[in-house]
Ligand binder design. Structure first.
Ligand code: SAM
Length: 526
């Protein structure tokens, strides 16, 4: 903890929205409610001071400032003035914030109603540089200056609950009146050795089992392609040159690139031309007969038996899928999954409380590689039918990759993956404890990443996840009529797709009281 947090006394400060500065053991100063503050109240607008990266790297990061700065959208380091730098972290924040680049300020808004004496907390992210005293947002101030003590002692809400004011915080009641534990129950992985490898059946979700990759003779998908016979092998070279020069070869690459161009039949051979509906015109000087159509495999062969089947139709390329041994899941990782799913449920409920669909997606940070990303569904607010949570979270990763923060210092605030509004998220750039060298997924956005989501993604989103090369998708509630990860279809299991991702379906959520709030119309695309 930084030196400032050791201060026993907090300055006497009260802003016009009823926020006061007080101290808590282990956390230092924090922002507390001095009176009732309704949900959705703007409690603070903090201007920010911006430092350029170099100046910060040389000076700022070696000072106390390092505990207060974070990366601004343009890569500069930012320090919030006013109360902004005094909001402590909680994993159950009651304040969300948005960065405004136009006014170079941060706006802090309560995400639920706050009672007098409660601490107002934001979420710094999953990578903390200190040991959090994380008692949620509802904890009462325990140490303060004398005046504060008196004020708080008068406050009925401060009555000791017998647990030093901590009871009930892990199961914080949310705006929708339901509790986190109603959905997931208490985390069964809290106790025990974090490195213990768990069997699949001991995980909180069930991996869906993909069908075997083998194709049957009747199941090989084919397309029609134009070919021409080359009776004399001496004409093959000229024919190939013409195919290349005429650009037919490159134009048909997407449809036919998984096939060889030439098929030999004893002394004659056949040349694969195009896949279009119209027969290509062959120059007379090539002295070839008229082209005709044949059925050719629609995709490359993934296994030796499939290669044999496909090559019987037309010589096909063999591109076995790279098989990584399935990763072992440890108790610590299962605990992380539980936390991620709890976070997702909370985000969905907050979204619902604010008039959106209760759908929330979250990609946890990968240490030293990527920060966390989260998004809610915003199709109501934006009146845009494609603003699904998955699409928006992929977009965030894309923006992060594009901006590729060049440096971030230890101890900077990891701009959180909160349920803050989408535009806010657009403004945010996450910072990690070290320069996040982009090791994986530079070409494919989600390589190596796991997505947690309240509901099974729809077919569009499943396809987007496939194109982004996500590693795993773990969802709480299946969408039987519309889901693309095992419900209506299973996109990563389709034959011919060139990437598969693992799908985990949460075990315990169905039928629990708390999932009521997450219920959606069966026919809705998530
Ligand atoms: C942005 S400052 C917040 C204000 C700070 N408490 C102060 O007194 O100046 C961030 C620092 O506060 C402390 N902090 C914030 N949230 C905390 C938490 N939940 N538990 C422990 N320390 C916390 C850490 O020392 C961190 O480096």
């Amino acid at each position: 903890m930084n030196d400032s947090t050791k201060q026993p006394q907090a300055p006497n400060h009260l802003n016009s929205t009823g926020c006061a500065i007080r101290c808590t053991p282990g956390k230092g100063r924090g922002v507390y409610a001095a009176r009732d503050i309704p949900a959705q109240t703007v409690v603070e607008i903090s201007p920010v001071l911006l430092f350029d990266q170099q100046e910060y790297a040389e000076h700022g990061r070696h000072t106390l400032l390092d505990h207060y700065t974070f990366v601004w959208k343009d890569g500069r380091m930012a320090l919030a003035l006013g109360l902004g730098s005094l909001f402590n972290h909680s994993s159950a924040p009651n304040v969300s914030y948005t960065l405004d680049t136009a006014t170079e300020s941060i706006c802090y808004t309560t995400s639920r109603s706050i009672q007098p004496g409660e601490e107002l907390c934001i979420f710094y992210g999953h990578k903390l540089w200190f040991e959090p005293v994380d008692v949620g947002a509802a904890v009462r101030n325990a140490v303060s200056n004398e005046e504060d003590d008196k004020a708080l002692a008068d406050d009925e809400a401060l009555a000791d609950d017998g647990f030093g004011g901590l009871a009930g915080l892990a199961v914080e009641e949310n705006a929708m009146g339901a509790k986190d534990e109603d959905v997931l129950g208490p985390c069964p992985y809290d106790e025990g050795d974090s490195d213990e490898v768990l069997e699949d059946e001991d995980l909180p979700f069930t991996w869906l089992k993909p069908p075997p990759e083998e194709e049957e003779p009747g199941s090989v998908r084919t397309i029609q392609a134009w070919v021409v016979d080359i009776p004399d092998p001496r004409r093959t070279g000229r024919a190939l040159k013409w195919l290349k020069d005429s650009k037919l070869e490159s134009a048909s690459e997407a449809a036919l690139g998984h096939l060889k161009r030439i098929r030999k039949h004893g002394p004659t051979s056949a040349l694969l031309l195009t896949a279009g509906p119209v027969a290509p015109t062959i120059p007379a000087d090539l002295e070839l007969s008229a082209p005709y159509t044949v059925s050719v495999p629609a995709s490359a062969a993934l296994t030796p038996p499939s290669l044999a089947l496909k090559t019987a139709l037309w010589p096909t390329n063999y591109t076995p899928r790279k098989k990584d041994a399935p990763e072992k899941w440890t108790r610590g990782r299962a605990r992380g999954a539980w936390e991620a799913m709890r976070y997702v449920v909370r985000g969905a409920r907050e979204a619902k409380g604010e008039g959106e669909l209760p759908i929330f997606a979250h990609i946890p940070a990968v240490e030293g590689e990527t920060p966390a990303f989260s998004a809610r569904d915003t199709r109501h607010r934006t009146s845009h039918p494609l603003r699904h949570a998955v699409i928006d979270v992929i977009r965030q990763v894309a923006e992060y990759r594009a901006e590729a923060p060049s440096s971030a210092s230890a101890g900077t605030i990891d701009i959180p993956a909160t349920t803050t509004e989408l535009e806010a998220k657009d403004e945010q750039t996450s910072a990690t404890t070290d320069t996040p060298e982009i090791k994986n997924g530079q070409d494919y956005l989600l390589t190596g990443l796991t997505l947690f989501i309240t509901h099974e993604p729809c077919i569009m989103c499943s396809m987007a996840l496939l194109h982004s090369r996500v590693k795993e998708v773990i969802y709480l509630l299946p969408m039987h009529a519309t889901g693309g990860c095992g419900g209506a279809a299973c996109l990563p299991w389709l034959q011919g797709v060139n990437h598969r991702f693992r799908i985990g379906r949460w075990k315990e959520a169905k039928g629990e009281r708390g999932t009521e709030v997450l219920k959606l119309n069966e026919g809705l695309d998530v």
